[in-house]
Design a protein around this ligand. Structure first.
Ligand code: SAM
Ligand code: SF4
Length: 462
């Protein structure tokens, strides 16, 4: 009999990928995803620990779930298994078990391939099953094939974990050491995704460009080589990768941007700060000028490359002059889009122990100033497209009837009135208006373009 599974996901794209894979692992046990936790047989909170308030959010969600669990039991509808997964589970597993004993399973990001055993244990006994090991085996070797279709644009995890230990970051502690999946496994997953209707693959990793996996020829490949192999898959129209570290931006990957048409002209390359003093305190092991030079090389290879980044303001000890250096770097580089955060002291990380923590109002003011500059750059970038025609991969229906949503090569969201038959296709769209976070357009011609198969005509596009 089919059982209802509700998964709530916080945080990064890797967590979105992990949630989909958890559903795949649970499918043979009869669990089918549902959109609401009410009445579910299993609820998994897949959590993120990267910034503060994460665990408070989890505990307040657990309070709500406890009531739903009680109601389900009272009406005689069986037991709701409540689970906490992801990085909060990894970092605060024991506290969760102590504070919320009605939680049945608590498990870290590297253990979800063992979900069937955990479910069996949780069904047998009262109390929580806690599993926050870093197993010697790779979970990827034990995951089942993904369920039928992962959509037009799908995630594919190629790398996990991090050995870089930036002083502000919990990832090396919650996700564990850097690990690269073998090329053959990745290519097989990519082929299955494409056979299931995927046209764009987003390669994922905490440090995706640190990927150095076993190649098909037994030698170690870098990400550039992997991208070239993926580009040979018939029907795979677009390739993206995220998130990259400046130190791992190898020449071959930069060349791939020039040489592989399927590799999209967009790169998320976090720099965090523009002051060398702060970068050193963060243990980034690159300077602001190193970053500028990498950007120059990338733009020499791919002049239209759209850049995105991550920034942290208010790192311990950051002075006005340090912050001014961040604004200068942003002005010099010019971002199409970016994410910016206030520094958040994370328990167990070296920067959290620094005495020179900055007051919230200073962090607030700096964040506002940085976001004003980044938003202006993003708006200008989007406006530069008005009147131009861009190839859009339509990947979902819009909120309004008759509207489709998709992405430009530069990862801008584009909406246009279009026939649903164009879902999953790359269509030329003329941009009519630019908004801060999206473009509005109209389907330009009766043609759609495919980098793999050339131009083909469809009779009616809208
Ligand atoms: N590996 C990527 C890199 O090195 O840039 C980033 C991965 S991290 C999951 C995503 C972003 O969260 C970071 O780039 C950083 O800007 C932000 N972040 C991480 N720890 C943070 C903290 N303690 N406070 C504020 N932002 C943080
Ligand atoms: Fe965290 Fe990225 Fe630094 Fe690794 S490289 S510690 S994931 S910010």
């Amino acid at each position: 009999m089919s059982k209802k599974l509700f998964i709530k996901t916080w945080g990064c794209q890797m967590n979105v990928y992990d949630s989909a894979r958890m559903a795949d692992v649970l499918a043979p046990l009869g669990y089918r995803p549902v959109d609401e936790p009410d009445g579910a047989d299993m609820v998994i909170l897949n959590t993120c620990h990267i910034r503060e308030k994460a665990s408070e959010k989890v505990f307040s969600e657990l309070g709500r779930l406890r009531q739903l669990k009680d109601v389900k039991a009272e009406v005689g509808d069986g037991r709701m298994i409540v689970a906490v997964a992801g990085c909060v589970a990894q970092a605060e597993g024991e506290e969760i078990v102590a504070r919320a004993p009605f939680v049945d399973m608590v498990f870290g990001p590297q253990t979800y391939h063992t979900l069937p055993e955990m479910v069996a244990k949780a069904s047998r006994k009262a109390g929580s099953v806690l599993n926050t090991d870093f197993p010697v085996e790779s979970k990827f070797d034990f995951l089942p094939d993904e369920s039928a279709s992962q959509g037009v644009s799908a995630f594919l995890a190629v790398q996990e974990g991090c050995d870089k230990f930036c002083t502000f970051c919990v990832v090396p502690y919650t996700r564990g050491a850097e690990f690269s999946r073998p090329g053959a496994q990745i290519l097989a997953e990519a082929r299955r995704l494409v056979a299931g209707g995927t046209r764009e693959i987003n390669l994922l990793g905490q440090n995706v460009n640190a990927w150095h996996g076993e190649g098909l020829d037994g030698t170690t490949w870098g990400l550039g080589r992997l991208v070239r192999e993926l580009a040979d898959i018939d029907g795979l129209e677009r390739i993206r990768y995220t998130t990259s570290h400046p130190r791992d931006m190898e020449d071959d990957l930069i060349r791939a941007h020039a040489e592989v048409p399927q590799l999209m002209p967009y790169l998320h390359l976090p720099v965090q700060a523009g002051s060398d003093r702060v970068l050193a305190a963060m243990n980034r092991k690159h300077t602001a000028d190193d970053y500028r030079r990498i950007v120059e090389r990338l733009r020499a290879a791919k002049p239209d490359l759209a850049l995105s980044g991550d920034f942290i303001v208010g790192f311990p000890g950051e002075s006005d002059a340090d912050f001014a250096a961040t604004l200068r770097l942003v002005t010099d580089v010019g971002y199409a889009q970016a994410y910016s955060f206030k520094y958040s002291a994370r328990p167990g990380t070296p920067a959290a122990l620094e005495h020179a923590q900055l007051p919230e109002d200073v962090k607030d003011a700096r964040l506002a100033a940085l976001q004003q500059l980044l938003n202006a750059q993003q708006q200008a970038f989007n406006e530069s497209f008005v009147g131009r025609t861009v190839p859009v991969l339509f990947d979902r229906v819009g909120k309004r009837a008759g509207q489709l949503l998709g992405k430009s090569p530069y990862l801008q969201s584009v909406h246009a009135d279009a026939n649903e038959r164009l879902l999953g296709r790359i269509v030329e769209v003329r941009v009519d208006a630019a908004h801060p976070n999206s473009l509005a357009g109209s389907v330009a011609t009766g043609e759609y373009r495919s980098s793999a198969t050339g131009t083909q005509t469809v009779e009616a596009t809208v």
